[in-house]
Design a protein. Structure first.
Length: 299
């Protein structure tokens, strides 16, 4: 048996994590640059997004400290259990570096400890699916070593595609070029964002939100088809920020077009686009994430 530790950018809600023996290391957010709040511990998703929508606040995110990861991993080490630590893509945050430094510190005093840090190359809902694969492998009896091999093989194929109302938040967070922001604002276009292999980019523009949502479904379907595996070999979910009713209807539309049941339908798996992701996407992001199931990887 091994422990799974992840930072909170994985979008998995705290209650689910606690029920499934998944340890969350929270990232931080600040609205004033002085006071930093732990995601899901000091501030809820609802309060975070309320401040963005009602107050027009533009929060910033901050990585977990090295000590945060030391504190999260040490109980596993002291109990003699191996630990797999998964982090948000290193292109977006220094969380991976913090976790690696924490591992080095721990190994100085506990050289026989088994601790592996994995840069997921993912964020948000696609990262949640990555962690879900890890949980499923542990449940299925996979070894510590085999689970690491499969996760490292899966991470490049994870995708998240979403639409939002503007590129303002991504621009302020330094995620996209300001020229793209100018184009969308002047022409009143809604962007489609694609995250792949750790980085984020533009996947196109639409005039309306409904068209953007439709295009995202088409893009996910084409991506899955391009990989040459049956759609039944993929786990797929919808991520949203504030509008649960819209997200529920969107899941119906995605299921109807793709012809499969989405993972988030299951009562035991709940995600929501996280506070940290929301800092950059804004409060109106809605999209689809996918990743191959762990059973598709041959050891």
């Amino acid at each position: 048996m091994f422990d799974i530790i992840t930072d909170s950018a994985c979008d998995i809600v705290r209650e689910y994590a606690e029920t499934h023996n998944l340890k969350l290391v929270p990232l931080y957010t600040t609205f004033d640059g002085v006071n930093y709040l732990k995601e899901q511990y000091d501030i809820t998703h609802d309060e975070f997004y309320r401040r963005m929508t009602d107050e027009g606040a533009f929060p910033k995110s901050s990585l977990p400290s090295v000590q945060d990861f030391v504190d999260a991993v040490m109980p596993s080490v002291e109990a003699g259990r191996p630990a797999i630590v998964c982090t948000i893509t290193s292109y977006f945050s220094g969380s991976y570096n913090s976790a690696c430094t924490a591992k080095d510190i721990i190994l100085e005093d506990h050289p026989d400890a088994k601790v592996t840090v994995i840069n997921s190359l993912l964020n948000s809902a696609s990262f949640s699916l990555f962690i879900y694969q890890a949980l499923q492998m542990r449940k299925a009896g996979y070894s510590y070593e085999d689970t690491i091999k499969v996760l490292e093989a899966l991470r490049n194929d994870g995708r998240i595609m979403f639409t939002t109302e503007s590129l303002e938040y991504l621009s302020k967070g330094g995620r996209l070029a300001k020229t793209a922001i100018t184009i969308t604002s002047k022409l009143s276009l809604r962007p489609i964002i694609v995250m792949k292999e750790g980085e984020i980019g533009l996947g196109g523009f639409t005039r309306t939100r409904n068209k953007g949502k439709s295009n995202v479904i088409d893009m996910i379907q084409k991506y899955i088809e391009s990989k040459g595996m049956p759609i039944e070999n993929w786990d797929i979910t919808v991520g949203y920020c504030t509008n649960l009713e819209e997200a529920e209807k969107y899941r119906d539309d995605v299921e109807a077009q793709l012809g499969v049941k989405l993972l988030e339908r299951r009562e035991d798996f709940k995600t929501r686009i996280s506070i940290i992701s929301g800092c950059h996407t804004g409060p109106y992001a809605l999209g689809i994430a996918c990743i191959p199931k762990y059973t598709t990887i041959r050891l």
